[in-house]
Write a protein that binds this ligand. Structure first.
Ligand code: UN1
Length: 513
């Protein structure tokens, strides 16, 4: 079936062997309840893993703490060399891993490959970074003194990721954390446990082939109860969590209660503003990919289109037309644009959102619905829908992880569009389509978009790894991936060195004995 058995084999997985879930590298020892993984593509049982128990968890953390003692003393360019070798494996296994992501999660094969490409890109970035973990030097106010700052690794980093990017988000965190000298404990999504096992297999092989100890890459599996072991654990100085705002608030409070650090990358409610002189063709491509790509399950998915009244009908007609062309079906078939939602709960949320928007006064202009019949047996395939809606509707204010796009009109000045765009609690991604320089610059200015990501003439999704990724307000404020996001994985130390025979005090304070 679409070569999935071959892909599993290439990744070292076979259904009888994946009765796993907790790992410190080559050692697997899960003893909790069985978690079954069903593909949303065809409803088939792909494999089973076991959840992590408290005992399994403690063993994992102890091994990780021990590994840290070795890993932190290895020069970071040498750690970068290990990440480079890991990346060689990702390049070699890009196709099978992309296929497994597509089959277990439901995104299109192209997007599955794209996700593995993001892993490759962040590893390349991390390798370069391993020679650039720079601190700065300062001039001391005291004669014969030198001041500088340096960055040291933190220790055990906890990574909690979501089903929608089951491999890339792990690598954004681990590739950086590893070159920074940290060891990682990853709780992947219990909805995509096999992709987690596959990634852990790859990392474990690379670490052991290079004679590195167990515990640099660890995996734990389970639901929020397992996540809670991590978030409440004082032995884990940093928790990086990607997922819903509801989850993020729980994680943030648990980590803050022990004064740990957290990096949160939570929900978005991303809009594209379409101005009177936007390129309509590009607007349609950007908006449709943004709204239906990954079946609307990206945190950067386009949820709202804010269109100027002068071009409203034109944009509306073009988008409605484009939606008629969409082919929904098996995501491993490259002719299809849209695959299934992750599971039946997601289908229920999608249906509830469509009911709610009508109830609140919205008008459906592209009908949704759950698909049935041949090829749709899993019950997870839905039709991408569009509703004309008002920004203040409760459902529009809320992130529904499904292909539901809200269309709204603005008139007059760009300020009116910005008010709508910023008028939500989330602040992840945003975009403007315009050929007008003044409008583009205003959108990017202090009075413009309040999001962590603000794009001009491209859509809201599909960020590159070179930039810092994350958002403001309820999106959580964290930044992952490129730019200087690495700093959160390290502790900063300020050093002052006196190379004289005197001991002058700062601020000119006199203290003679
Ligand atoms: C996510 O949905 O959690 O910008 C991450 C994008 C991707 C990352 C999305 N590069 O769509």
């Amino acid at each position: 079936k679409f070569g999935i058995n071959q892909a599993l084999k290439d990744l070292g997985l076979n259904v009888d062997q994946v009765n796993k879930g907790t790992s410190t590298g080559n050692e697997w020892f899960s003893s909790g309840e069985v978690i079954e993984s069903y593909s949303p593509v065809d409803g088939a049982l792909i494999g089973k893993v076991k959840a992590t128990t408290r005992e399994d968890y403690d063993r994992t953390i102890k091994t990780a703490q021990e590994a840290f003692k070795t890993w932190r003393t290895m020069p970071s360019p040498q750690r970068g060399e290990i990440v480079r070798k890991f990346n060689d494996e990702l390049r070699r296994l890009k196709e099978p891993l992309g296929k497994l992501v597509s089959y277990e999660m439901g995104k299109s094969y192209q997007e599955g490959l794209g996700e593995v490409q993001e892993m490759i890109d962040i590893c390349d970035f991390a390798v370069g970074l391993s020679r650039q973990l720079h601190g700065v030097t300062m001039h001391s106010e005291r004669p014969g003194h030198r001041m500088y700052e340096q960055y040291h690794p933190l220790g055990v980093v906890g990574v909690i990721s979501a089903f929608n990017f089951p491999v890339a988000v792990w690598s954004w965190n681990t590739a950086l954390a590893w070159v920074c000298g940290d060891v990682c404990v990853w709780k992947g999504s219990e909805k995509t446990p096999l992709t987690s096992v596959a990634c852990q297999n790859i990392a474990a092989r690379v670490f052991s082939e290079n004679n590195l100890p167990e515990g640099i890459s660890c995996l734990i599996t389970g639901d929020y109860k397992v996540g809670e072991m991590l978030t409440k654990d004082e032995r884990v100085p940093l928790i990086s969590a990607t997922g819903s705002i509801r989850m993020g608030k729980i994680v943030a409070q648990a980590v803050a209660a022990r004064l740990g650090k957290s990096l949160l990358e939570l929900g978005g409610n991303n809009a594209i503003i379409v101005t009177p002189d936007a390129n309509i063709k590009n607007t349609v491509i950007g908006a449709v990919f943004g709204a239906v790509g990954t079946c609307g399950q990206r945190c950067t998915s386009t949820r709202r289109l804010i269109v100027h009244e002068e071009v409203y009908d034109q944009v509306k007609n073009a988008i409605v037309d484009a939606y008629q062309q969409l082919r929904i079906g098996n995501p491993l078939d490259e002719n299809n644009h849209v695959g299934p939602l992750i599971d039946k709960d997601a289908v229920k949320n999608y249906q509830a959102a469509l009911d709610k928007v009508v109830e609140e006064g919205g008008k459906i202009i592209v009908e949704g619905g759950v698909l049935e019949g041949e090829g749709y047996e899993s019950g997870c395939y839905v039709k991408p829908a569009i509703a004309e809606a008002q920004n203040h509707y409760e459902i529009v204010q809320h992130e529904t992880f499904a292909p539901v796009l809200y269309l709204m009109k603005y008139s007059g000045d760009l300020e009116n569009a910005l008010e709508l765009q910023n008028g939500v609690k989330q602040g992840l991604s945003s975009a403007i389509m315009t050929n007008n320089l003044r409008e583009a610059e205003r959108f990017l200015s202090v009075e413009g978009s309040d999001c962590g990501i603000a794009n001009v003439n491209i859509g809201t999704s599909g960020a590159e790894i070179g930039g810092a990724f994350g958002g403001e307000k309820e999106t959580g404020g964290g930044r992952e991936s490129g730019s200087d996001a690495w700093k959160i994985y390290m502790r900063r130390q300020t050093n002052t060195i006196n190379y004289t025979t005197e001991l002058p005090l700062a601020q000119g304070i006199k203290f003679d004995l």
